[in-house]
Write a protein that binds this ligand. Structure first.
Ligand code: TRP
Length: 900
């Protein structure tokens, strides 16, 4: 067992022994019970004994009083303040925030736990309770003719000592008036305790006696279990609301990477649990969770600070109270860690212990949710009435003086403070005690006392025969049982300074918080500035109201601190979670092309709709670029070349026409030459159809016009080749062959050869004509306007037919290439056909692999190249002779028959 557990146990045994003796159990039985229960955990053991005893206790109320002489109090624990009255209520307050465990060597009765660290704030709460009781006693409306009394004990902010206080509240002050032994007025309700851990213990102690308790500061969500804590009420909102508010605050400021620190108590445990539940599925992640040990230990605290220092989480949420925060912050300040933005829970966000000017560099800017404040008119004056003169025997008043003035009005050997008169003035500057400008917890205490008073008042108003209890009975005013008061507490509803006070079925009250920001006051010390509120009764999303402009942040900064694991991803990129790390730690990856993200921190990039594409930054979709072979860098040269080609052809035509009577023109079958030139002109021009935006008509025209003109052209060349071949292969002059190849037949050949192509084209256009189409497959970011061939079979037939003609032509010309004569037409035809074939053979793979709009360019280019090939091979030599060597332009020379 750990130290405190042992002492816990010992105290328990002591208490049990005492209680058992109070209940007059013979000692022999007592030892039996103790051995039987020694293996149980302390609290279970305690509950067990209490259950065993509650029966006796309750029956006591019914039976007549037993002799007080039999009562022996084994230990006396004096209350801080007492007042007699018709109805007594208990008060338990953490008047000290530190304890010193007694030395336990089991050779002597262990001394009680010593409490250190006087808390003037809790002293103020005590005074508030006394004020409330006095007000009620003076009131003629509330509980007229009756007086309230109280017994106030110090819990020392620790469960074990809280338990001692609870037992003391239950017991009488001395054997004489111990309610356990006599029939004196019982304890009707308890105002307490502060910390949830203590309240749990107190509540378990009160439960068997069904004494209601109203806590003014225990906010733990654990108390909602009505079966476990049936007599528990509170005037502070349940922490479920606070963690909701903190989660919203974190989200509001985009603090997605935060640290959690808590004290080792129920309050911290449940609050952290609640916050984690609240943050689940949200964008906030918890970087670390640390716990300040119950028995403070610097080593552990330094480890926690190391974690804080290393982490990127600059925002740290702390569920703790002065008790453990004081030593922790002292060490924190020694470590000189800065840049931490504290988010304080309600337990310490208004704690005056930390308002000193030395705290500002480390705690300035702290933000948190403070419980609702109220106004208690008399409080300031009432607090000032407290003085050592008035309470000459009260140790607590002495300690208050020590805490406020550093001197002791009651000199004793135990303390080392200088002596003072005790007549010092309580001034506003003693804010730890005198700060009455915005009482929060004190206001809760005030409310709690009034709630009891109002319930009692209602109870006393009960008219017999009309009461809420069995057989419509009422409580007896001279013997009120605590559970009867509980009934009225559950029902109570009253107004206090415009605020309605009541309890829901779980004993909870209305969720309302102020947002408190720690700013530097005029004197350099910390001031709590109200910068917003959280109203849990408002519909979701409207609960939190923050006045950001009034906020001051850690490090005296006016800019919201950043607490993230990874900086946010700008639009155009998305989050990519790192494997094995929390979702808040991520990398940013740019969106793929065609996808965009237009928000920061996008989880996913979204596809652009069809015909839209992402812009350069991937932040928005823009219409895809539409491309086709336009009059641009590619279209203009092609146009120029085709126009130049056509003009050249026309030029040649003119030259030939002009020299039509000369040998070169005549020998070479002038009519066919003119045909070829005409066809070539068309060939050049039809490459123009490939340029410009494809339309239904231009698409249909493209392939057909080109194939027919080419067919015509090659047919003419074919005719020419045939003529050449025939002329030279005719063995005898005037042979038949020439007869069969007269001009008419030649025209017929040309016509029929071209007709075939025309028929193919007609079939193509009728059945499946080429049509303009939008190609998005080749390049996804662009729409390429192109002509779909419609039927590829027809397309390849058309090309094949031209190829066939060209091959035929080539073969024939090849056969004729060796024929005599200086001007060998066949040689040029062979050559031209070679070029032609080369161009078109190269065209096929180029065409097939050329992307969209380039296919048109490739085709157009092939047309131009082959047309130039034909033009040059067939006509350049002749033009050369006609224009530059007219002396060779004779029949003799051409036939190779002239003399040298
Ligand atoms: N709301 C806290 C609670 O319920 C307040 C508190 C008072 C506290 N005293 C404490 C929290 C001591 C931790 C320790 O417990």
């Amino acid at each position: 067992m750990r130290g405190y557990e042992i002492s816990n146990y010992i105290t328990l045994c002591r208490e049990i022994t005492r209680l058992l003796s109070v209940y007059k159990l013979p000692n022999s039985k007592l030892s039996g019970v103790l051995t039987l229960t020694v293996s149980m955990p302390p609290l279970a053991l305690f509950s067990f004994i209490f259950y065993a005893l509650s029966f006796t206790h309750v029956s006591r109320y019914a039976s007549t009083a037993t002799a007080a002489e039999d009562c022996i109090l084994r230990n006396s624990f004096q209350p801080g303040f007492v007042a007699e009255g018709d109805f007594i209520i208990g008060g338990i307050f953490p008047l000290h925030y530190n304890q010193e465990m007694p030395d336990q060597n089991y050779t002597y009765t262990p001394p009680p736990v010593k409490c250190n660290g006087f808390d003037p704030r809790a002293f103020r709460w005590v005074q508030t309770m006394r004020l409330a009781v006095e007000e009620i006693n003076e009131s003629t409306e509330l509980l007229p003719n009756h007086t309230l009394g109280y017994k106030i004990f110090d819990s020392c902010a620790y469960p074990l000592t809280g338990q001692r206080a609870a037992l003391a509240v239950l017991n009488g002050l001395s054997e004489a008036d111990s309610p356990m032994c006599s029939g004196a007025s019982p304890m009707l309700a308890v105002i307490g305790e502060s910390g949830s851990a203590q309240s749990i213990v107190v509540s378990r102690l009160l439960r068997p006696f069904r004494i209601p308790m109203i806590s003014y500061f225990s906010s733990c969500a654990c108390f909602t279990d009505r079966r476990k804590y049936p007599t528990f009420f509170r005037v502070i909102p349940n922490d479920d609301y606070q963690v909701k508010a903190i989660a919203q605050l974190l989200l509001h400021f985009n603090w997605t990477w935060v640290g959690l620190i808590r004290g080792d108590h129920e309050y911290g445990r449940f609050a952290v649990q609640g916050l984690l539940r609240e943050l689940q599925g949200s964008s906030v992640c918890v970087a670390y969770q640390e716990m300040i040990p119950l028995l403070y230990n610097t080593q552990r605290a330094l480890e926690i600070m190391q974690v804080m220092r290393r982490s990127l989480a600059k925002v740290v949420v702390v569920f703790s109270a002065e008790g453990e925060m004081t030593p922790f912050l002292r060490d924190y300040m020694k470590q000189n860690i800065t840049g931490i933005q504290w988010v304080a829970s309600e337990a310490w966000v208004t704690a005056s212990v930390f308002t000193g000017r030395e705290f500002y560099p480390y705690l300035g800017g702290t933000i948190g949710f403070g419980i609702r404040k109220g106004h208690i008119a008399q409080l300031g004056d009432y607090l000032q009435t407290v003085s050592p003169q008035r309470y000459p025997d009260n140790v607590l008043v002495g300690e208050l003086w020590e805490a406020l003035y550093g001197c002791s009005p009651f000199p004793s050997s135990a303390n080392h403070f200088p002596v003072c008169s005790g007549q010092e003035d309580l001034l506003k500057q003693h804010s730890a005690y005198m700060n009455t400008s915005s009482p929060r917890v004190a206001y809760n205490v005030y409310k709690a006392v009034y709630a009891v008073a109002h319930s009692l008042h209602n109870l006393l108003l009960c008219q017999s025969g009309n009461g809420p209890f069995e057989n419509d009975s009422c409580a007896q005013s001279n013997n009120i049982l605590p559970w009867q008061l509980q009934y009225y507490l559950q029902e109570v509803k009253f107004n206090m300074a415009g605020e309605e006070v009541n309890f829901d079925l779980k004993g909870d009250s209305v969720p309302y918080y102020d947002i408190i920001n720690w700013q530097r006051g005029t004197t350099g010390s910390i001031e709590f500035v109200n910068v917003g509120l959280f109203d849990g009764t408002k519909p979701g999303g409207e609960e939190l109201v923050i006045q950001e402009e009034r906020m001051m942040w850690a490090g005296h900064q006016s800019e919201v601190p950043v607490s993230v694991c990874s900086p946010s991803c700008p639009p155009g990129s998305r989050k990519a979670v790192r494997r094995g790390e929390p979702v808040c730690c991520f990398d940013c990856v740019p969106c793929d092309s065609g996808k965009i993200s237009n928000q920061t921190n996008s989880v996913e990039c979204i596809f652009c709709p069809e015909d839209w594409w992402s812009n350069q930054d991937r932040t928005s979709c823009i219409p895809k670029k539409v491309e086709f072979l336009a009059y641009d860098a590619l279209g203009i040269p092609l146009t120029v070349i085709s126009v130049v080609g056509a003009s050249l052809t026309v030029g040649v035509f003119v030259v030939f026409f002009h020299h039509r009577s000369t040998a070169v023109v005549r020998v070479n079958n002038s009519e066919l030459s003119f045909f070829i030139l005409f066809a070539l002109t068309l060939c050049f021009l039809c490459s123009l159809v490939f340029i410009g935006e494809p339309t239904v008509w231009s698409c249909m025209l493209r392939h057909t016009a080109f194939s027919i003109t080419f067919s015509l052209c090659i047919s003419c060349i074919l005719g020419k080749t045939l003529v050449v071949l025939a002329a030279f292969t005719a063995t005898r002059p005037g042979d038949n062959i020439m007869k069969w190849l007269g001009p008419k037949q030649q025209r017929a050949i040309i016509f029929s050869c071209t007709l075939v192509q025309v028929v193919i084209c007609a079939a193509w256009l009728i059945d499946a004509p080429p049509y303009p189409s939008r190609n998005t497959k080749y390049e996804r970011s662009k729409i390429i306007l192109e002509c779909s061939v419609g039927s590829s079979l027809a397309f390849w037939c058309v090309l094949g037919y031209i190829g066939l003609q060209a091959c035929l032509c080539f073969v024939l010309a090849f056969l004729a290439r060796k024929l005599p004569g200086n001007f060998n037409e066949a040689k040029y035809i062979t050559f031209s056909m070679l070029i032609f074939s080369a161009v078109w053979l190269a065209f096929v793979p180029a065409y097939l692999s050329a992307p969209g709009n380039y296919a048109g360019a490739v085709e157009s280019f092939a047309i131009l190249a082959s047309s130039f090939g034909l033009l040059f091979c067939l006509f350049a030599p002749k033009c050369y002779i006609i224009l530059l060597k007219p002396e060779k332009n004779t029949k003799q020379h051409l036939m190779g028959k002239e003399k040298r």
